[in-house]
Write a new protein. Structure first.
Length: 401
């Protein structure tokens, strides 16, 4: 059954530290804000919503206990609306939309919401532990390394230079600043207010328009000590013996920012849209997830994209716009090389290097960014993708209605 996107909203992304503008609110409050906005914007009878699926990568502490259901209740949705939290690491937000769409496609739901939340200032990365990093048997079997080492391994294998990754990153800040200046995010971003109705944040907090290749060149690589002193370089080179040396070129300025944020996407079939007076904005053509080699970890987007393209009967040349999460600059450079994507079609409004990567929400956020840009530019098709920890990738193709 054809599945349509009716609307999407996101919060601005706040710096994921105690001095970030969103730090004072709870994860449940933040997760509920896009739901409240979807209800108000669409005059939505929430009793018509069959399910809410939200990605959350650290579902512990304040983000534990099925945060999706708590957000539904906090947003004053009808109590009969169920909800579930899912975790496919960085791909969780996009996977949540795919899970929501799957219910509609199969005829088991008429109207669903997919999205995500991550409050990185209050529940930091790694808070959930996990066997991959902590169980020596699992770590040894999979040649586990920290993700920053994977980024430097990827760039070493691909021959990316420090100048390559820094130049890409400076452009991400320039594009994000231009997008905000020109109002390209105005229709998607809902300001976050506290319990008293005071606005805490209305735009992404980490964009630095003055960033240049030259200023980034002054930053020290972030993962050298981790690789050399703690042995991760040796582990990576055991898995990839063709690499003589891992060249450490990634740092905070060419990697995704740690931020707080939430997003939600409203999807459904044509019949429910007509019944509720909703105007469709795009259709979902296909989606796919893949597994890839876990030490390198970050090369999954091109594989996921190819799988989604094949399912849609399309070629890479059929895609007008690409959105890829900027986990690290080398991830985007690799996908552009693999699929021959020109830079003027990739992340045209900047990405996570400039605006940050709220782990469980990013996929839903960049899906919305792609849809808005299709409408603004008059183009038709977009492919959204993310690399995923432990060696995976997620992708989705949408077509503007």
């Amino acid at each position: 059954m054809e599945t349509l996107i009716y609307d999407h909203v996101r919060t601005p992304r706040g710096k994921g530290k105690p001095d970030g503008s969103l730090h004072e609110v709870t994860p449940v409050w933040l997760a509920s804000r896009p739901l409240v906005a979807l209800k108000a914007r669409n005059q939505l009878d929430t009793a018509a919503v069959d399910d809410v699926i939200m990605g959350c990568v650290m579902p512990v502490g304040e983000q534990g206990g099925n945060i999706a259901r708590m957000a539904v209740l906090q947003a004053d949705f009808d109590q009969q609306v169920p909800a579930i939290q899912i975790n496919r690491y960085c791909g969780s937000g996009l996977e949540a939309v795919a899970f929501a769409a799957s219910q509609v496609m199969s005829g088991q739901a008429d109207l669903t919401i997919g999205g995500g939340v991550e409050m990185m200032s209050r529940v930091p990365m790694g808070a959930d532990g996990g066997a991959w990093a902590q169980d020596p048997q699992v770590a040894a079997k999979t040649y586990f390394v920290m993700q920053g080492i994977s980024a430097d391994l990827l760039s070493s294998l691909r021959g990316h230079s420090r100048n390559d990754v820094d130049a890409y990153s400076a452009e991400s800040h320039r594009r994000a600043h231009r997008a905000w200046t020109e109002g390209r995010f105005d229709g998607a971003v809902v300001p976050v207010q506290d319990f008293l109705g005071l606005t805490l944040l209305s735009r992404d907090e980490t964009i630095r328009p003055e960033t240049s290749t030259e200023s980034l060149s002054n930053l020290k690589p972030a993962f050298t000590d981790m690789g050399e002193k703690y042995g991760y370089d040796s582990v990576a080179m055991q898995r990839y013996p063709q690499v003589e040396k891992i060249h450490h070129i990634h740092h905070a300025g060419n990697s995704s920012g740690i931020v707080d944020g939430a997003a939600a996407v409203l999807v459904g079939n044509a019949q429910i849209g007509a019944k509720l007076g909703l105007k469709p904005r795009a259709r979902i053509r296909s989606f796919a997830a893949i597994g890839s080699e876990p030490t390198l970890m970050l090369d999954g987007p091109s594989f996921a994209a190819r799988k989604a393209l094949a399912r849609a009967g399309m070629q890479a040349s059929d895609i007008d716009l690409w959105e890829l999460n900027e986990a690290f600059a080398s991830v985007v450079l690799t996908m552009m090389e693999e699929l021959n994507i020109p830079h003027d079609r990739m992340n045209v409004n900047g990405g996570a290097i400039a605006m940050g990567h709220p782990l469980g929400a990013t996929g839903a956020m960049i899906l919305g960014t792609a849809l808005d840009e299709l409408e603004r530019s008059g183009k038709q098709t977009a492919l959204v993708s993310l690399c995923v920890a432990a060696g995976m990738g997620s992708a989705m193709i949408i077509e503007r209605v």
